[in-house]
Write a protein that binds this ligand. Structure first.
Ligand SMILES: *[C@@H]1O[C@H](CO)[C@@H](O)[C@H](O)[C@H]1NC(C)=O
Ligand SMILES: *[C@@H]1O[C@H](CO)[C@@H](O)[C@H](O)[C@H]1NC(C)=O
Ligand SMILES: *[C@@H]1O[C@H](CO)[C@@H](O)[C@H](O)[C@H]1NC(C)=O
Ligand SMILES: *[C@@H]1O[C@H](CO)[C@@H](O)[C@H](O)[C@H]1NC(C)=O
Ligand SMILES: *[C@@H]1O[C@H](CO)[C@@H](O)[C@H](O)[C@H]1NC(C)=O
Ligand SMILES: *[C@@H]1O[C@H](CO)[C@@H](O)[C@H](O)[C@H]1NC(C)=O
Ligand SMILES: CC(=O)N[C@H]1CO[C@H](CO)[C@@H](O)[C@@H]1O
Length: 922
């Protein structure tokens, strides 16, 4: 295969306002294996069909760039772009991205033309494979069969990995069910991956994306007739001039919780070792804080006889040993008596510790190797001359139980297995945590809700359709890399470098709404500094709680908990409707807006883990609930309230665009569009609806709440419209129809619940008020799941939005906190007693901002500071944590009994939005 050289032309626009800076989130890495990032653009600046993008360092060294559009403003100008830069040894502190229109391109002078020939990715497609050559590695992806990656070769032609496939082990029961005669009745089944299809991205110059979809299929040696299950989507991202393959691995659980227990889930590569002397074969396993285990399959260190210092040192370093003639002959003669170690196993069964062991081969005892606390999650197998392969899992210990196996290293073909779910752990148990407690009627379920706050219903507590996504890195090498290099790769595996624009720029484009502003924009006054210090306090509090309370695990990483039990000094991890937070009242928006306004790396990582969790584990991707999420509870899927208020893509929108359009997140947004169908199958208000109302779900007349139901699909419609996805015109038309018809409801948003036509987007009066005389249903929950942010983004996007729609929205924003007298004067009745006043102060601020009303701005801050309910935080709260230790608790913790996650989320979002919308408190 010949490589296609291209020469790089860097056109730099004269107009510097077309140039945007991006910087590394955590500072420049040692090297760059290729990266993708996203940038917003203000409306009307760059025509989609007439703009080209170029990149350079800040001192104008050209950098290769691949660019694509991820969102459009309605006027066809570019709203968001995705960009990829290739792998490179040179890592600049920052990069300049220049957008040039045709005028710019012809009028700008050509500042620099790179004379060096640069390389781009080479793709060769045949009827049964896709071959991607990055210049550093060549990976072959089959289009069918059970191997996802049939080979990985280095540029010099060494094959360092073959037969990369997914593996799944399951069992039909677990031991605690099998005390008597069933003990031997448990069936153990092995599955391998089966490919449905393999596709590649259209543009592959700098970045190629290979997507493989398939399912796990019974291993051909197994006698089981288990159906294919656990569908997967695995995405491989390859960059020009990079030895790394970033791999995004997603599975959807579609088993039966009572009979399908996952007992191992992983990815395995064979590593050819034929021709390599055993003493030149190396095993490297990442340990703690950059530590690396150095082992050779046949060690020549520590022996009774010394082969020579240079020889020992070379083996330790992983370089080829000097010729045997230079060794002490007593070692060469005795080589046959030195055992070789074929198998290594690292198990991380808790977030607190890992063990490692090795054995010479199957059938012989394992020998313990000292372990440690938190493993880096990367393993390498290879040889000094034949090269090798490393595989790493991001957040390895945070996603426990995980493990890494190196097998058959003393044979011609070794292997590395990365276990996303360790077979050394107890099987993954996704059965309900209680037996229903006799709650067989809505009446009993509502009575139970009164005590434990759990909204239970048999059949709704199902994991069927939830998903999990893991990020894996695969690296190919010509020879065993240095331990320092592997250590650096382990760091990058766990904290993949991110390029991001500065808060001021992100804000100036208005592509993520107007409801947040940079920290600098309102700094200065003492009142603001107090709020800022409280926001910092809350972020630090959650970061520490995640660590101290070990909010980690296969399903759990990325979530936080809902409420605190001050008697036991623990979060209410076991109390029905508390426990896992599942995005209740939008902590996601707090974390993302906090990041947007500060650019703080730790907060990006906090919000990123949450985005990867909520859209997957707390949401459904298959079955009747597709597109809906689950209310907070003891298991992420245990509660029977299945609503789009949890799955709403407004929680993942910043991540989606800033990541350059992360394709998995793109899938999640599409799943939410399907909530329209779920609304027909799941009546969210079935338990609490007035029995006098006869209601049959019908796609043309769904009885929905604008906040907890519509706003989630509206967020999905808006992103689909922006990104011009396959359903964008339909999505746009439905949103526009809503903006025309919603204000026709006599009481606008105060109507609260009405009939929604999911085929057209039109609204009609609720069945309780067919003549549209004016209905009042105001719930404290309607506006606390992203509707404020979604409507603001819609107003920013759709500049022709009908005034009556905006007026109706601003009326809702105004009247929610206006008090009974004003409500009565406007609507004929008061809204009754409403809470979440602090959380709703941002609605008041929104109306104040849009109406330019100073008095209302004061009211917003007054509501923010004078809520005095359970779901708010105020300056008179302690704003400190207390250490609880000794025999009071299992382990010492910092506690703040005055914080609930509801209150923290609402305080955070409202403080940030009020500051942006009406400025400092006066
Ligand atoms: C770009 O698109 C606009 C609007 O669709 C159109 O008017 C214009 O002719 C197009 N320009 C080019 C260069 O294709
Ligand atoms: C791949 O197969 C899956 C499962 O059958 C299907 O849903 C998907 O549309 C296919 N994708 C392509 C690109 O063919
Ligand atoms: C499965 O069967 C094949 C062919 O009989 C054999 O080569 C292979 O080793 C078997 N695999 C396992 C895991 O037993
Ligand atoms: C092993 O690495 C160390 C540190 O880089 C170096 O000093 C030493 O010379 C190396 N040994 C051999 C045999 O290359
Ligand atoms: C705030 O302003 C300072 C000084 O202009 C600037 O260096 C800093 O980057 C700004 N910070 C943010 C988060 O915008
Ligand atoms: C899906 O919904 C349909 C219609 O309500 C119902 O008959 C069916 O049992 C549901 N399926 C599951 C798996 O809950
Ligand atoms: C100097 C110059 O012509 N700048 C123009 C570059 O193109 C953008 C739109 O594509 C214009 O807004 C600039 O004025």
């Amino acid at each position: 295969m010949s490589r296609r050289p291209i020469s790089l032309l860097a056109f730099l626009a004269l107009n510097t306002s077309d140039s945007v800076k991006v910087k590394w989130l955590e500072g420049p890495a040692e090297f760059n294996n290729g990266v993708t990032f996203g940038l917003p653009w203000a409306r009307g600046q760059h025509l989609a069909n007439a703009t080209t993008f170029t990149a350079s360092s800040s001192n104008d060294d050209p950098v290769q760039l691949q660019s694509w559009i991820t969102a459009y403003w309605p006027d066809d100008s570019i709203k968001w772009t995705g960009h990829a830069i290739p792998g490179s040894e040179t890592v600049y502190d920052e990069y300049k991205i220049v957008a040039s229109g045709p005028g710019n391109a012809t009028s700008s002078k050509r500042r620099r033309q790179a004379t060096d020939q640069l390389e781009e990715i080479l793709v060769t497609e045949s009827s049964d494979t896709l071959v991607v050559d990055t210049g550093k590695i060549v990976a072959t992806f089959p289009k069918s069969g059970d191997a996802l990656v049939s080979s990985i070769k280095t540029s010099s032609g060494k094959t360092v990995g073959t037969n990369g496939r997914l593996i799944l082990r399951s069992q039909s029961g677990v031991a605690d069910d099998d005390e008597s005669e069933h003990a031997s009745g448990v069936q153990y089944i092995n599955f391998v991956s089966k490919i449905y299809n393999t596709t590649i991205s259209r543009d592959t110059k700098i970045r190629a994306l290979v997507t493989i979809q398939g399912i796990h299929h019974v291993d051909r040696n197994s006698t089981s007739n288990h159906v294919d299950w656990l569908p997967f989507t695995v995405r491989f991202y390859l960059y020009a001039n990079s030895e790394a393959i970033r791999t995004i691995h997603t599975i959807v659980y579609d088993g039966d919780a009572k009979t399908d227990f996952v007992s191992g889930l992983g990815i395995r590569f064979d590593v050819p070792l034929d021709g390599e002397e055993l003493y030149n074969r190396h095993v490297r396993i990442a340990g703690v804080d950059g530590g690396i285990l150095h082992e050779a399959v046949q060690g020549i260190t520590g022996l009774r006889r010394d082969p020579g210092k240079a020889i020992r040192s070379a083996q330790y370093n992983g370089t080829m040993l000097p010729d045997m003639s230079t060794w002490d002959v007593r070692v060469t003669n005795g080589l046959q008596w030195i055992p070789s170690w074929s198998d290594y196993r690292l198990t991380q069964l808790s977030p607190d510790g890992f063990n490692i062991k090795k054995r010479t081969k199957a059938g012989q005892s394992w020998v313990k190797i000292p372990g440690g606390t938190r493993a880096g999650g990367l393993a390498y197998l290879g040889g000094a001359t034949v090269g090798g392969l490393a595989i790493g899992l991001r957040d390895f210990w945070k996603k426990y139980p995980t493990s890494l196996d190196i097998s058959n290293a003393a044979t011609d073909q070794g292997s590395i297995t990365l276990w996303l779910y360790s077979p050394s752990a107890e099987p993954l148990d996704v059965r309900p945590y209680h037996d229903g407690l006799g709650e067989d009627t809505y009446k009993k379920q509502l009575a139970a809700l009164e005590v434990t706050y759990e909204d239970y219903e048999n059949g709704y507590n199902t994991p069927y359709g939830i998903a999990r996504t893991n990020e894996i890195f695969i690296y190919g090498f010509d020879s065993t890399p240095s331990a320092d290099k592997l250590s650096a790769l382990t760091k990058q595996t766990n904290e993949p470098p991110v390029l991001v624009a500065e808060p001021e720029y992100l804000h100036s484009t208005r592509a993520l709404g107007t409801y947040w502003n940079t920290r600098n924009a309102t700094s200065g006054s003492a009142a603001v500094e107090t709020i800022e210090s409280h926001l910092d306090f809350l972020i630090e509090f959650y970061e520490k709680q995640i660590e101290q309370r070990r909010f980690y695990g296969f399903w759990d990483h990325g979530d936080i908990q809902h409420s605190y039990d001050e008697d036991r000094h623990t979060w209410r991890y076991d109390i029905g409707g508390y426990a896992w937070d599942n995005s209740e009242l939008s902590p996601d928006l707090f974390f993302w807006t906090f990041f947007l306004r500060t650019g703080r790396a730790d907060v990006f990582r906090l919000a990123e883990a949450q985005a990867r969790h909520g859209g997957e584990v707390d949401s459904y991707h298959l079955g009747n609930f597709t597109g809906l999420g689950t209310r907070h509870g003891v298991q992420h899927w245990s509660d029977s309230a299945k609503q789009v208020r949890i799955s709403t893509p407004v929680y993942r929108k910043s991540f989606y665009y800033l990541s350059g359009g992360d394709e998995r997140t793109g899938d999640l947004i599409h799943a939410v569009l399907q909530a329209e169908k779920a609304f027909v199958l799941v009546d969210a208000r079935r338990k609490v609806r007035d029995p006098g109302v006869v209601y049959t779900p019908d796609p043309t007349a769904l009885y929905l709440n604008f906040g907890t139901d519509w706003s989630g699909v509206a967020a999905a419609y808006l992103i689909e419209w922006e990104r011009r996805g396959p359903r964008w015109e339909e999505s746009r038309d439905k949103l526009i129809e809503t903006t025309k018809t919603y204000p026709l409801l006599k009481n606008g948003f105060v109507t609260g619940e009405a009939l929604y036509n999911s085929l057209t987007g039109a609204w009609a009066p609720p069945p309780t008020d067919p003549k549209n005389l004016g209905s009042i249903t105001v719930s404290h929950l309607s506006a606390v799941f992203g509707v404020v942010e979604t409507i603001d983004e819609l107003i920013e996007h759709y500049s022709d939005i009908p005034t009556p729609f905006v007026d109706a929205w601003l009326d809702y924003c105004y009247y929610y906190g206006a008090g009974a007298t004003e409500q009565k004067a406007r609507y004929g009745a008061s809204f009754g007693s409403l809470n979440l006043k602090q959380g709703h102060s941002r609605l008041t601020a929104y109306a104040a901002h849009k109406r330019g009303n100073e008095t209302l701005a004061k009211r917003a801050w007054s509501e923010f500071f004078n809520d005095n309910s359970a779901d708010e935080l105020s300056p008179s709260d302690p704003w400190t944590t207390e250490k609880i230790g000794g025999s009071k608790v299992l382990v010492e913790v910092d506690e703040a009994t005055w914080i609930s996650t509801n209150a923290a989320a609402l305080y955070g979002v409202s403080a940030i939005e009020n500051l942006a919308l009406v400025g400092a408190p006066k």
